[in-house]
Design a protein around this ligand. Structure first.
Ligand code: ADP
Ligand code: MG
Length: 511
């Protein structure tokens, strides 16, 4: 018997393999759907300079159908793009070199497919772009075989209130009761990493409101060029085709890659044995293969620029942590930009201690990548690995202790371990930056704890000495013939001055 062959469309591939995108069971599907919607909403606001206002509404019927609705005040989606954006796998606006939560052009389609698969319900989208006179309301589904959207209904309304943003509603089969705790944690962590966002949740047994604690947005990332070290043969081939004109290799390198000036390009050509006047159109596949390998290997390139990234910054991170974890002590470190395999990245770490943080046998870890909270797969994440080798006794922390660590990796290409985006791989460069960040925070904590200890000691000394000051004053007054009251108050003053000096000294050292 002969085999029958046919092609699988991208929609059908993900329809069949939804686990790899995080839709593996009824609880996880609810969590993943919410995540995809909230992340798109955050990207659609903060990347365009809008302070996010995000409303999440969830309800559940007796049949086990969960209705999930997320509304934002973002830039909205132009009506011609709506069908493709929601109904075509691998369609999006984030395939550029710039930090964003979304990367694959896949997330929302997975949620739409999951709804279609489990309840047969279309996705409902209401959207309006800034200054648009109309609001568009769509109901659409995905033709899985063709990977094409199917519009079921479209209505247009006047936008008298000048509303802009997007509201997406999906009905999936799932388990809200099992997902609730995770969703709560996800929103709480989103509030840590986005202190400039207002997040409102209304759901069965869960009503949350996180008001923004800052009206300052971190600078939006700029779109960048690829770094020469990050190329491969296919990419080079495509770039050469796209350039169109018959350029010289030197020009091609200078114009199309990050941080390559004429001097660097010449040096590279010399080193790699390529003639910098070679017309790129004449390069054969074998030449392109060698060129790509040489570009990856050459270590004279400048570091990739970090302007494509948007770290939160120490001040905002401290605000986020304070607002949600309510600790007694908090500090944050934003490490200088670094890179791995041609991809720029920045690591940020915060440490919080005491206050409302529970005392546990090990530090609480809050992981983030490109401002996405990572909740699953903590055991295989690079931050867990680094944390395990920190000896906290060195930093005066004895467990059980109320200690929380926040790690944030920003990159144009976060080395995630899967398309579900739940764990960061242990790339050595990233690993050592995380370690440096944690150790810096830990040193600041040690200084703080030492200061507290000194204060405590001084107070204890004050109490003890003050207790005997009366007796000492009486004896001294008898021996020296000086008035007892004068001596007593002088002694107490001496004690207080010493304690105050201790306090000030401590304050200078602690950060
Ligand atoms: P990704 O986020 O990885 O790009 P998605 O499938 O989640 O992929 O979204 C596809 C595209 O739809 C996004 O790139 C964005 O342009 C657009 N989009 C999705 N949700 C929104 C929203 N709430 N507001 C504005 N644009 C959105
Ligand atoms: Mg997305």
């Amino acid at each position: 018997m002969t085999e029958r062959f046919r092609q699988l469309s991208p929609s059908e591939f993900f329809y069949r393999n939804r686990e790899i995108a995080g839709f593996s069971n009824p609880a996880r599907a609810v969590y993943q759907t919410i995540r995809e919607l909230v992340e798109n909403s955050l990207d659609a606001t903060e990347m365009h300079g809008i302070l996010p206002e995000i409303k999440l509404e969830i309800s559940e019927d007796v049949e086990g159908r969960v209705r999930i609705c997320v509304e934002d005040n973002g830039v909205g989606i132009t009506p011609v793009e709506v069908p493709n954006v929601f109904g075509r796998v691998f369609y999006g606006s984030k395939y550029v070199l710039r930090q964003s939560r979304g990367i694959f052009g896949l997330g929302i389609k997975m949620a739409v497919l999951y709804a279609q698969l489990t309840t047969g319900q279309p996705v409902k989208v209401r959207t309006s772009t800034r200054r648009s006179k109309f609001i568009y309301e769509y109901e659409l589904m995905i033709n899985v075989e063709k990977n094409m959207p199917v519009v079921k209904r479209l209505s247009v309304m006047r936008n008298d209130s000048k509303w802009h943003g997007t509201r997406v509603e999906l009905v999936i089969r799932g388990s809200w009761s099992q997902a609730r705790k995770r969703v709560e944690e996800y929103i709480r962590r989103t509030a840590i990493i986005a202190p400039y966002a207002t997040l409102v949740v209304s759901a069965p047994d869960l009503n949350l409101k996180f008001e923004r604690t800052s009206t300052e947005l971190p600078p939006a990332p700029l779109t960048g060029k690829p770094h020469p070290r990050g190329v491969d043969v296919e990419m080079l081939k495509r770039m050469i085709e796209e350039v169109g004109k018959n350029k010289a290799l030197l020009e091609f390198l200078v114009e199309n890659f990050d941080g390559v000036g004429e001097v660097t390009a010449r040096k590279f050509c010399e080193w790699s044995g390529f003639d910098c006047e070679t017309r790129i159109k004449n390069l054969k596949v074998e030449d392109i293969e060698i060129l790509a390998a040489k570009m990856q290997e050459y270590d004279g390139w400048r570091r990739p620029k970090a302007s494509t990234l948007s770290p939160l910054g120490e001040e905002l991170l401290v605000k986020g942590v304070k607002g949600v974890l309510n600790p007694e002590f908090v500090t944050a470190v934003s490490r200088p930009p670094s890179s791995y395999a041609g991809h720029p990245f920045v690591v940020e770490v915060a440490l919080a201690y005491g206050g409302s943080i529970p005392s546990l046998e090990e530090p609480l870890l809050y992981r983030f990548a490109n401002r996405i909270p990572l909740l699953y797969d903590e055991g295989v994440d690079v931050s867990t690995k680094v944390l395990q080798r920190i000896d906290w006794k060195t930093y005066r922390v004895e467990f059980p202790a109320p200690l929380a660590i926040v790690t944030h990796v920003c990159s144009t290409k976060v080395p995630f371990k899967g398309v579900g985006k739940e764990a960061v791989a242990d790339v050595p460069e990233v690993e050592s930056e995380i370690e440096a960040g944690i150790r810096e925070c830990a040193r600041r904590l040690r200084a703080h704890l030492s200061r507290l200890e000194r204060l405590f000691e001084a107070k204890r000394w004050e109490v003890t000495v003050s207790k005997y000051a009366g007796e000492v004053a009486s004896s001294l007054s008898y021996v020296a013939g000086v008035d007892r009251e004068v001596l007593h108050s002088k002694l107490l003053e001496l004690v207080r001055t010493r304690v105050a000096v201790g306090e000030n000294g401590g304050r200078r050292r602690a950060r």
